[in-house]
Design a protein around this ligand. Structure first.
Ligand code: HEM
Length: 464
């Protein structure tokens, strides 16, 4: 009897249902999966070609996967695209748990994203923040509309490139082109690739996804290669003074022990960090600004807190954030309703694993529908209402310990960049609303906003 129960597979839609919903699945995957989960349950199986995917939208199952059985789900599925440039052999995001992956995680945790390192690189981000605010001030003087998503994207690239190499990538590649490169890489990672479902098509690369990706990685490496070479040369000079950036830290580790990390791994690591960190953080910022504009009461409270704590018109410092509990609650609430990685990143079952009474088969790809959990009325009171207050007297955090809110994942593969992402989000959001008043383009009423659309708004400066 129990044996039979042990081998129960999760239910799931038939191939016909999948085909019928394919356009919607492609355009709004997390919403469509949430709708299907209402019919098939919170542990749902999709089988297309040779690939089995399990979609999870319950907190219990999330906890079992990310905590109880973390070691059995710690590898990722490797989409064909990651084989471009042999990235799969170096990638922190896609390597299976292995000595190299462990070394890279250790470097991230102990060096790149440690509190000490991030504290000592704050000046670099402060400089970039002032530039962002300067650009917005220029727009405000001309009464120009700001495309908030685009401004956020460019700011995140600059924040990251400065934190990584103390230089802007943008001038070397050209502003629009960089967005295009990262945008294309991200789109390619998110585009369903026939090869992943039907591996025999691999040699034909029918959608050209691997080909395109290789071209774009090429462009990014054309920027990174000379940057790294140049720094290596400079470091050999006697009077070299460190930049306090991540490239120096990585080269120092490499000089001490080249088997830990070498030049090629450094550029693959930067590729991962840029692709994983830019769009997610920019999306988080844009959606939070949209929610605040749509909810004037929450905006007023956040502004009041800033005015009382640091003074109107002042730029937020990283050290101010601990004294801004409402701003922190706003960001948590936005990550609940608009997780930038709505299905987290895929995990892979190492062997058959029992989860909440079902067997997840070995090799299955497992996706957690974070978006559906964040909007589930059985998990959250007034799940569809933006209410930062829910976090004010609650111990729920975003560190992967509370399985109803894991926008950065949890367990061994939890996002290593979250300490930097959280700093960037608070700095940018706090300063944008403390230094400017914002109104929607064309006098649009905030009540009529479509919160999934890009945000276009006009800044009006607030003087210190
Ligand atoms: C709001 C911004 C961000 C969100 C919501 C986010 C979310 C995530 C999620 C959900 C995962 C998968 C976790 C899991 O499997 O349990 C992840 C992994 C990762 N993230 Fe982030 N991330 C953000 C920003 C960043 C930044 C700024 C960086 C680096 C600069 C970064 C680097 C990475 C890397 C390298 C991984 C792969 C780790 C591994 O597989 O071992 N992320 N992120």
């Amino acid at each position: 009897r129990s044996r039979k129960l042990n081998y129960k597979l999760p239910p799931g839609p038939s191939i016909l249902t999948i085909i019928r919903n394919s356009l919607e699945l492609y355009k709004k995957p997390q919403q469509t999966m949430a709708k299907l989960a209402k019919v098939y349950g919170p542990i749902m199986r999709f089988k297309i070609g040779q690939a089995t995917t399990i979609i999870i939208s319950s907190t219990d199952a999330t906890k079992e996967i990310l905590q109880t059985h973390d070691t059995l789900f710690a590898d990722r599925t490797n989409p064909d695209i990651t084989t471009a440039y042999n990235h799969n052999n170096y990638s922190l995001v896609f390597l299976p748990v292995s000595p190299l992956w462990q070394e890279l995680r250790k470097i991230c945790h102990g060096n790149l994203f440690s509190t000490k390192t991030l504290d000592s690189s704050q000046d670099l981000r402060r400089k970039k923040l002032h530039e962002l605010l300067g650009d917005i001030r220029q727009s405000s003087l001309k009464g120009e509309t700001v495309d908030v998503g685009r401004a956020a994207f460019m700011a995140c690239i600059n924040f990251l490139s400065y934190t990584f190499v103390s230089e802007d990538f943008v001038p070397s590649v050209g502003d629009g082109e960089y967005k295009h490169i990262v945008g294309t890489l991200l789109k390619a990672t998110g585009t369903p690739n026939l090869v992943d479902y039907f591996p025999m098509l691999r040699m034909f690369d029918p959608q050209g996804i691997r080909r395109h990706t290789t071209d774009y990685i090429d462009k990014l490496f054309d920027v990174l290669d000379p940057l790294i070479e140049n720094r290596m040369k400079m470091r050999r000079e006697n009077d070299y003074a460190t930049n306090n950036d991540m490239l120096d830290i990585l080269l120092e580790i490499s000089e001490r022990s080249s088997e830990k990390i070498h030049k090629k791994q450094i550029k693959h690591l930067f590729l991962d960090l840029l692709v994983a960190g830019t769009d997610t953080t920019a999306y988080g910022l844009e959606r939070t600004m949209s929610e605040l504009m749509h909810n004037p009461e929450a905006m007023a409270k956040a502004k009041k807190e800033l005015a009382e704590t640091i003074g109107v018109g002042k730029v937020v410092e990283e050290s101010d954030v601990a004294r801004l509990p409402y701003l922190q609650a706003v960001i948590k609430e936005s990550l609940r309703m608009h997780p930038p990685a709505p299905m987290l990143l895929p995990r892979r079952a190492k062997r058959d694993v029992q989860v909440c009474g079902y067997t997840i088969p070995q090799g299955a790809q497992v996706l957690i529908n974070e978006w559906a959990i964040g909007r589930n009325p059985q998990v959250w009171d007034n799940a569809h209402v933006f209410s930062p207050e829910r976090f004010l007297h609650s111990d729920i955090d975003i560190k992967g310990r509370h399985f109803k809110l894991t926008p950065f994942g949890s367990g061994r593969r939890i996002c290593p960049g979250s300490p930097l992402a959280i700093r960037m989000l608070h700095l940018m959001l706090g300063s944008l609303i403390n230094c400017f008043h914002w109104k929607l383009e064309n006098n649009m009423d905030p009540k009529d906003m479509d919160l999934d659309q890009s945000l276009r708004a006009i800044p009006i400066p607030l003087l210190a």
